[in-house]
Every structure is written in structure tokens, then in C-alpha cells.
Design a binder for this molecule. Sequence first.
Ligand SMILES: *Cc1c(COP(=O)(O)O)cnc(C)c1O
Length: 408
Amino acid sequence: MDITMENLAINGGTPVRTQPFPIWPVFDALEENMLLEVIRSGKWGGAGTALTSEYPSKLLQMEESIAKLQDAAYGVSVVNGTVAITVALQAAGLRPGDEVIIPPYTFIATATAALAYGVIPVFADIEEDTFLIDPDKVELAITSRTKAIMPVHIGGAPANMERIMTIARAHNLKVIEDSAQAIGAKWDGQGVGAIGDIGTFSFQSSKNLNAGEGGLLVTNDKELRDLAWSICNVGRVPGGAWYQHTNLGQNYRMTELQAALLLAQLTRLEDQMQRREANARLLDELLQDIDGVRVTARHPKMTRHAHHLYIFRIAPDRAGRRDKAEIIRMLNAEGIPVTAGYVSLNRNHAIIKAVRDWRGSEMINECPISERLSEQEALWLGQNVLLSDEQAMYDIAAAVRKVLHAGQ
Ligand SMILES: *Cc1c(COP(=O)(O)O)cnc(C)c1O
């Protein structure tokens, strides 16, 4: 039967779905008990915790567990994922005025964390079919001031680390992986984060591993680990005296309470990853049959997707000439919580102004693919949606088909 415009929920028709999607975070008595354990110990955090292993510190245990999960030798906890990026750039030896190449299709913190330290973000456009930084565009963006490349594993899909590492070696650049959305992700069998020199993670409340707030740096390099640790601990050095401040640092420490939550949440991660993967595969299959929809491609060397976001595209010219905002309103009315996602960062006025302030009047690279995908084509579903049952994926696909083809 043909779907008419009157059938759409936005016009008073019956919505495809009225069932809610899973709430986030998922927790039970385990989180409560681990928090109680910390509260009763009286050791809630502070430098003493981080400096010694006198008692079974949850922070030390968490740093070790997550580093291991990502195939990294060391982990250093920090207050959040934004600060983790600033510390990573500082530890990697970048100085104010240096340039770091980043994708424009990312959370604003990727750029502002660099600018906070005076490092200039230079944009390299994304690949149309994956939303990930395009290695060819990275090569074109290198200048005499470039000191690092910071790929972002957007939505939990690893960027092309093989090409990025080759380019970095050829030009003597550091690689910092913004892995805020990619806990558990693997590229070519290896956990993301320490494929490059340093990787950063976020435990902000929406992320797939959640402590309310929090972050982690991972690396395989002992010197980088010690320097990152020092920057996060007011410049103290491991084994040094209390008032010996060898490096310029701040207090960027996380608490034991957050580490306890992370250790509890870690026990749920593998099951959640498997469920998200199965649902994402099913949704890919269902959506790719719909005229006017394009699913996001997977690089053959991506061995594990972390699915922080499920990103898909609409082709407005084949979607009844409806624009993205209208399609989102229609899908929301059908009970599907799609959102619009990022504005391409090369178009953000705060960033344009900050780059101009640091740098004089130089231009920001144009990123036509990121601009078009963000403005006209990309739709997002959050990771909690992928924790639903299979029926939810059928409902999403049915709603997309209904909205794109109504009145056609
Ligand atoms: C969440 C996020 C960050 C920042 O992490 P916070 O913990 O929120 O400071 C940085 N980069 C990306 C890609 C993110 O998604």
C-alpha cells in the first residue's frame, strides 16, 4: 500500500514506534557496592592515591585494565577527555604556535583542547563513505609548522591508522589518537589509542564507558607516560619529593569514586559491544535496501567497531526533496530519536576567531565533504539505541522508509 503524507505521524498518522529506547547508563548493585567500598575506605582520591600503591587503589587498577584492553603498556587518568588531549599534545612535545592536523567532523573539544595550549588545529577533510579523516587530505595539509596528526575515531570506527602512521613517519610527526568515542575499538587486530604515540579517552556521561566525567591517556612509551603523569600531577615526578615540581603541570587528577564506577562499567562492556555490533549489522542490512539511504562503509582493516554513534546518510535529492531538518522532525514524530550531529568545525566561528587570534589572518582549510555531510546528509542514532532488541532495528528501518517514501 502506498504511504500518503497523511499517514505520517507528524501529520497526525500513527507513529511507527511508541516503545522507548534503553536508558543510559546501565547499572545495578555492583556500581553501588564498589562506590560504597571507596567511601568506606576513606581514600577518595588525591595525589597520595596516584603516587603510591600502598592500598588497592581503584585508579591504578582502572588505568591498568583499560590500558590492557587497548593493548597499551600504560594508562594515565585525567579529569576528562578534553584535558587528556591538551596533556597529550603537551607531552608529545608540541609548543604554542605548532600545528596539529585534525578532521573537521568531530566534537569541538578536539580543536579547542589544542587551542587551549596555543596549538593551531589545521583541518583535513573526511572520507565521504566513512566520515573519518582522509589520509590524502592529511598529506595536503602538512606545512613546515605541522608537528602532529590527530585522527579521531569518530562514532567508534578507527581511522585509517596504516596510512596515517606511514605519513607521520615520512614527515617525522607525532600521532595522537582522539579515541574518546572508541573504547574497545580495534584496527588490524590492535586496540586503538597506542597505535600512534598517545591515545586519549573520555568517560563523560554519554560515552560507552561512563563515570559521569573522566579521561585517560594511553601510550607504550614510558617517557611519554611519565611526562603525561607529571603534567597531570602539578609537575611532580614519579619517585620525586612532594614539593619537587620538575615540569609545568596542573592538577588534572580523577577520583577513586570515578575509577570504581569505571571498573564496574568495564564488566558490562564486552556484552554491550556485542549487542551494539549485532544491531548495527542488522540495521545496515535493513537500511541499505531503502532508496535514498546510504549506510556508512567499514574499512576492511577495522577489526572492531565501538559504535558510540550509528551514523547514516540520506540523499536529499532522492528523499522526496525533503531537507535534513524536515526528515529529522518527521522521524522523531515516528518515535525514532535521530539527531543532526556535528556542524563542521571549519565553519565554527569561535574556532575561526581563535585561529585568527593566534595566527594572524590565515585562512582555514575548506572541507567541502564534511560541510555537505554535516549540513545535508548525516543522521545519528546514539549508542543506547543499539542496546535495544532486534525489533527496534526493524522499527527504525520501517520509519525511515515511511518518511522518505511517503507521498512518492
Ligand atoms: C567526548 C569527546 C571529547 C571530549 O571528552 P570530554 O570528556 O567530554 O571532555 C573529545 N573528543 C571527542 C571526539 C569526543 O567525542
